[in-house]
Design a protein around this ligand. Structure first.
Ligand code: HEC
Ligand code: HEC
Length: 453
């Protein structure tokens, strides 16, 4: 015999919202703006006028994971910037809508905590905002290039302007549902800048000492030796080696790249040829994932698959070039550190302490879409309308809604016929509130007022 579930019970089984099941609750935004940052982290490349906000980063999260931002709806930013790979990618070259990328995808962890404001391996993007729509405009990556038979960027704006969810999210973030490239850039940059990782073994140790240069109590002797080698300038030629000089270009505790760096002697190009333009590196944090495997090959051309290969490269720079950083040159030649095997192993052990864990699974940065690429936004108050009677014959009719969205406050005396009392915009904390005189029995409800198409 077949058992039929009553409709009400079916609804109960379907409705409750869980993380990662295609539901974003806009009445309870996740915390992006006020994440704790350790006191020793001071570098910050945030563009004036575009700080990380909970609303903007929430919109950025949806855009980042949405395949509809590519020509044929097959590729999202997260196709090449994979959360479980530190927002980098496993293959040397990533696959876009029309072919593969010319350089290796970059990890996006702690992109904000850096002196350098330029982005990409060759620093061709002048700000992170400017960077974020370049992959969308790229023929191979997301395909709204307006050339080679591709649709233009404006076609993308039209496409997402027709999606109800985006009108709601843009209205919440920017106060109107108008979609522009500038707004897309702001939201994506806020999302990328919000991606942070400060729960590594390095951070646990750093928090216990006065400065980076003293041994960390939680480190092994090998890790402390590696830290010291990383920090210390190489000894003059002919003397016993005591330093690898890494911190000249990747300095603690952010491990961001020195904006003045030239190239590091890795000059190959994916598919062959020479490229001397690569002078930027992502933060050296999270080179490896929490399981100890690499988050993808290293350098702009993915030339190295292990940290040992990276260290061997710096141990003996393979050759000079016209854009090699002078710090890697020596009188009459290039850097040759002559590190012992124990020193090389110590450096690798130290680099492994820079890996965090929560960033790999935290809901804030995860794919909000369900397995069918669907999304549900909760915009109505999850709790009942709150009515507070005031002593002077008025009542405060309040609800906890989504900040920045418009709601109609309606009243009724018979629960059948409703009239609009007012239209209110929920404040920065999501509060909708109206004080009204009350007499007799009046019912109140808030209704969501969607932005017009
Ligand atoms: C097809 C793969 C692919 C897609 C899709 C893609 N990226 Fe990238 N991303 C890359 C590659 C490859 C690089 C390095 C390119 C270079 O330097 O020339 C990169 C670099 C970046 C950087 C620079 C990081 C740094 O430290 O300088 C950021 C930020 C970034 N991508 C964000 C995004 C965003 C936002 C999107 C979606 C709008 C996106 N990417 C879509 C492959 C991709
Ligand atoms: C003169 C500046 C400079 C010095 C010194 C330097 N690096 Fe780099 N590093 C760079 C640049 C620039 C890149 C990006 C180069 C590229 O991809 O072609 C880079 C890239 C890397 C990468 C790859 C990052 C990634 O996401 O793929 C690692 C790992 C690294 N360096 C480790 C080290 C270590 C360890 C040392 C010390 C032994 C060191 N670096 C010394 C400038 C430097």
């Amino acid at each position: 015999m077949k058992t039929l579930l009553p409709a009400a019970l079916m609804a109960l089984l379907v409705l409750p919202a869980r993380a990662g099941d295609g539901v974003i609750d806009l009445t309870r935004l996740l915390n992006y703006a006020n994440q704790p940052v350790p006191a020793y982290i001071t570098r910050n490349n945030t563009t004036a006028g575009n700080p990380v906000t909970d609303k903007g980063a929430t919109l950025g999260r949806v855009l980042f994971h949405d395949k509809r931002l590519s020509r044929d709806s097959s590729v999202s930013c997260s196709s090449c910037h994979v959360q479980s790979h530190g927002f980098g990618d496993a293959p040397v070259a990533s696959t876009g809508v029309s072919g593969t990328t010319g350089r290796h995808s970059m990890r996006l962890i702690n992109a904000r905590f850096a002196t350098e404001v330029r982005f990409f391996w060759d620093e061709r993007a002048t700000t992170l905002e400017n960077q974020t729509t370049q992959p969308i405009r790229d023929h191979a990556e997301m395909g709204f290039s307006g050339t080679l038979g591709d649709p233009a960027f404006n076609d993308l704006v039209s496409r997402i302007s027709a999606i109800d969810d985006y009108r709601v999210l843009f209205a919440m973030t920017f106060g109107s549902s108008t979609i522009t490239e500038d707004r897309i850039q702001r939201a994506l940059a806020q999302f990328v800048r919000s991606i942070q990782s400060f729960d590594s073994k390095y951070d646990v140790g750093r928090a216990q000492v006065a400065n980076n240069n003293v041994p960390f109590p939680n480190f092994t002797a090998q890790e402390n030796l590696g830290k010291q080698l990383f920090q210390t300038a190489p000894a003059p030629p002919g003397q016993p080696q005591t330093g690898a000089g890494c911190s000249a270009c990747h300095s603690a505790p952010e491990f961001d790249v020195d904006p003045r760096s030239l190239n590091n002697g890795v000059t190959g190009r994916i598919g062959g040829g020479t490229d001397l333009t690569n002078t930027r590196s992502p933060s050296l944090r999270d080179l490896l994932g929490p399981g100890g495997a690499s988050n993808g090959p290293f350098m702009h051309n993915g030339a190295f698959t292990t940290l040992a290969q990276v260290i061997n490269h710096y141990n003996a720079i393979p050759g000079d070039n016209t854009n090699l950083d002078p710090r890697l040159r020596r009188p009459g030649g290039v850097q040759n550190l002559n590190l012992s095997q124990a020193q090389k192993d110590a450096l690798a052990a130290f680099l492994a302490t820079l890996t965090g864990s929560s960033v790999y699974t935290d809901e804030r940065w995860s794919d909000p879409f369900d397995s069918n690429q669907r999304l549900s936004l909760i915009v109505l108050p999850a709790d009942a309308v709150e009515i507070l009677r005031n002593p002077n014959g008025t009542a405060t009719i309040a609800c906890q809604a989504a900040p920045g969205l418009s709601y109609r406050l309606e009243s009724s005396i018979d629960l059948r016929n409703w009239t609009t009392v007012d239209t209110l915009v929920a404040d920065a904390t999501g509060r909708c509130e109206k004080v009204l005189p009350v007499s007799g029995s009046t019912y109140f409800r808030y209704a969501y007022e969607p932005p017009a198409p």
